[in-house]
Design a protein around this ligand. Sequence first.
Ligand code: C2O
Ligand code: CU
Length: 445
Amino acid sequence: MSPSSSQVAAAESARRPGPEHLVVLEASPTEVDLGGLTVPAWAYGGRLAGPALRLRAGEQLVATVRNRLPAETTVHWHGVTLRNDADGVPHVTQEPIPAGGEFVYRFTVPAPGTYWFHPHSGLQLDRGLSGPLIVDDPQEPLAYDHEWIVVLDDWLDRTPEAIYAELIRTGGRTGPGGMMGRGVMGTVAYPHHLINGRLPADPDVLHARPGDRIRLRLINAGGDTAYRVVLGGHRMTVTHTDGLPIRPVPADTLLIGMGERYDVLVTAADGVFPLVALADGKNGGGLALLRTGGGMPPPAGVRPGELGGLLPAYEQMKADDKTALTDRDGARTLRTRLTGGMMRFEWGFDGRVFDHDRVDLVLSAGERIRLEIANTTMMWHPVHLHGHSFAVGDPSGPRKDTVGVFPGRTVVLLFDADNPGRWMLHCHNAYHAEAGMMTLLGYRA
Ligand code: C2O
Ligand code: CU
């Protein structure tokens, strides 16, 4: 089924498109100040980790994207269960936007939550192009005094294309200032890790009062880094996975893969507290501060004790009652394998690299799908499905759109085929995706 089919239009009218919300997004080369260090970047609106787009569930986003980059691009609205022809995948759902060109995305945003947007062309994401997309619930059930959008990002001092060429040449073996060997969680040694576009030496600060309830929207926009996140001196209550509500669970720390989001609530203590995002399996990390009182900020390299505390796994999370997938018989099982290795830096699905003309997994509208993804590689992969949210493990599992798969493990994703079109399933490691670890699901016409 093609993205321009009448079924795609019919699925969109069933969403009952609400009022239009107009935005202009300009992608351009620029210079950004990371806090004492000015670097070249490609960014939306000339800044990192933003501008945050914000609208209400049910509204239509009408986003005019102006491409001022010296390359073609697209914009993908990560996590939104939107109409297929607005999904922003070059050569699959649209022709790329040429350098100097313009494209208007128009789609209904059906559900509230924490989403984000980024290009789906090559390695552009790892040059700084991304931003949060926050969809407010007109009947927000949570009460809180502050909201803090927290964008985690790994920062290069070279172009991602240079890094990629080196990965291919060396098979990821350690080289001068570049790779870090065969780390399970990621391969590229980034010189910097940012929170909201800031270095630890000059961090982003949220000011609040002791006792305030704060909602954090944590987004990993990194290219090749999973983060272990803690707020020193606080226990978090996790309320949402990839934008969708779960039964709240306590956590001292969270492991957040590329593309994943968690919403958490904290009750602020009195003082100055580090929000630390430790680059898992690497050196370094990002830092931001919560300030509710006096005192000296912690040193940039602070490693709060909560890093060794309670870390809930997907199995310990359950979708909330309204969000859980209904129990239903007759799921059809599809199986796929994550394949490849570091030696030739070749990554794929079922031993093949991506081909935008080849649909590997075929769905029929209306069926319940049980998708088993087996990781046969020695690395960890955060796998993202476009256009749908799935339950992890069983129908009561947390609803997500991106799921980390450890080496040698198989994850089960359950979802209903309720959004016709052609949809990507891929690893959200920018370098693995570029090497071919992407595939297509397509609905039968
Ligand atoms: Cu956030 Cu296909 O990606
Ligand atoms: Cu991967």
